[in-house]
Design a protein around this ligand. Structure first.
Ligand SMILES: [Zn+2]
Length: 203
């Protein structure tokens, strides 16, 4: 299963336990649970093929919400010669792709999907000390964790406290592990660099 903005969705969000009918192609297969998707239309199941190939594009259904204001700001900084309309078009195209073809992450709170380096980031897993330590190359895991906080939560988060008291000591390997936690850290990676972005929320 390959999704541009979501690594290993079969692990980190999971498919339904049994075969259901995909509401888009009508085939009976293992599908994603689509009941928590956003938008005016309701469906209950979508198969990985239909999601990945963009079958939601003509529907009023989306799986997440991108931080499009920040994306435009980054695109403008990276491409100062582009006109506003061109920035707008690129941002809309990327946001549609994100919101219509990305598996849904179950979260405690609503937040906007982060971006870095002029594109949306890829969700790569749930945060834990071992995970940050494994991602850290030049820095320590702790330094990486502190630097990775997304711009809109940096000032409101007590990052030292979170590292020492809240961040899980053990790996959060899959959706079932995440389901047992009331505070979750969501780890994203830039598509264009090694930049790591962290978001977090709680019950
Ligand atoms: Zn399908």
């Amino acid at each position: 299963m390959t999704f541009k903005y979501f690594d290993k969705p079969e692990v980190f969000t999971g498919l339904r336990d049994s075969i259901t009918t995909c509401n888009l192609c009508g085939e009976d297969k293992l599908c994603f649970d689509a009941e928590a998707f956003f938008g005016e239309e309701d469906i209950s199941s979508i198969c990985p093929n239909c999601l990945e190939s963009g079958k939601l594009r003509d529907r009023d259904i989306f799986t997440c919400e991108g931080d499009i204001a920040e994306l435009k700001r980054q695109l403008k900084t990276l491409n100062p010669l582009l006109k506003d309309l061109e920035i707008e078009n690129i941002a809309l195209q990327k946001t549609t792709e994100l919101e219509k073809t990305t598996p849904h992450i179950i979260t405690w709170q609503d937040w906007r999907w982060p971006c870095a380096d002029g594109d949306y980031c890829k969700f790569i897993g749930y945060g834990s000390k071992p995970f940050y330590n494994s991602l850290a190359t030049a820095l320590s895991g702790e330094r990486l964790f502190k630097r990775s906080f997304y711009y809109n939560i940096k000032d409101d988060s007590d990052i030292d406290y979170l590292w020492y008291e809240v961040l899980p000591e053990k790996e959060v390997k899959d959706y079932n592990d995440s389901n047992n936690l009331t505070t979750l850290f969501y780890v994203f990676k830039s598509l264009n660099s090694n930049t790591i972005i962290t978001l977090w929320d709680c019950d």
